[in-house]
Design a protein around this ligand. Structure first.
Ligand SMILES: C[S@@+](CC[C@H](N)C(=O)[O-])C[C@H]1O[C@@H](n2cnc3c(N)ncnc32)[C@H](O)[C@@H]1O
Length: 212
């Protein structure tokens, strides 16, 4: 798939409503010790990280769980996870530290300004009800010039994905994420690309540089 169009969105008022509007804590209480995409798509994610994440950097894995998909052979200074379920992150062998934090209750990240050399959000952006506020604060927590890599596939928890996500196709979702990044006004060099493996789950990435 080529992402060379100019597409903008006017979102309806209910764009970020969800089928399950109960507190996210309830949905994520029970840990899911699973991979959320298949191993071909995970390989694609790992290859992107291998290319874009700085060795010896401090990495923020936002919306983290049991797997971070980072290349095993690369040393990072630290990897910090933020997600909903502590037990999933406790079992994530690539995280050094983690925090449970509901971004839909509070889009502010519990981190210092300029703390991280890179940020990753894997197959999760579709659950944010205020993605622009979260990405804006991500801009604060990342160092200037740091890469942010947002990956997505066509698999998601339907009950918790936002209405706008459910209504768009895979191509349109890439432009939607780009529009969130543009609106957050903290990122430049925004690129969307199709990294789908030949067989298996599709995998797309929106990659940007922090300018905040
Ligand atoms: C489909 S999983 C993906 C997990 C992981 N990034 C991966 O690649 O396997 C979605 C993740 O989003 C996180 N998440 C969902 N809603 C959230 C919220 N309101 N605040 C913070 N994290 C959230 C959950 O903790 C869950 O780990």
């Amino acid at each position: 798939m080529n992402f060379d169009k100019k597409i903008s969105f006017e979102l309806p008022d209910d764009a970020f409503s969800r089928l399950d509007e109960t507190a996210d804590e309830k949905f994520y209480t029970i840990p899911r010790f699973v991979a959320h995409i298949d191993y071909s798509a995970i390989d694609a994610v790992t290859n992107i990280y291998r290319k874009y994440l700085p060795e010896n950097g401090d990495i923020l894995d936002l919306m983290s769980s049991m797997l971070s998909h980072l290349p095993e052979e690369v040393d990072y200074k630290s990897v910090t996870g933020l997600g909903m379920n502590e037990r999933e992150m406790f079992h994530n062998k690539q995280l050094d530290t983690w925090v449970a934090h509901n971004l839909n209750d509070d889009p502010s990240l519990p981190f210092h300004d300029n703390q991280f050399d890179a940020g990753i959000i894997c197959v999760s952006i579709d659950y944010l009800t205020n993605p622009v506020a979260v990405l804006k604060d991500m801009g604060r927590a990342l160092k200037n010039g740091a890469p942010l890599i947002i990956t997505y596939s066509n698999r998601y928890f339907e009950a918790k994905a936002t209405s706008v996500w459910l209504q768009l196709n895979d191509e349109q979702r890439g432009y939607l994420i780009k529009s969130f990044l543009s609106e957050a006004d903290s990122f430049g060099n925004i690129e969307i690309a199709d990294y789908s493996p030949e067989f298996g789950d599709p995998l797309y990435a929106v990659i940007a540089k922090n300018t905040a």
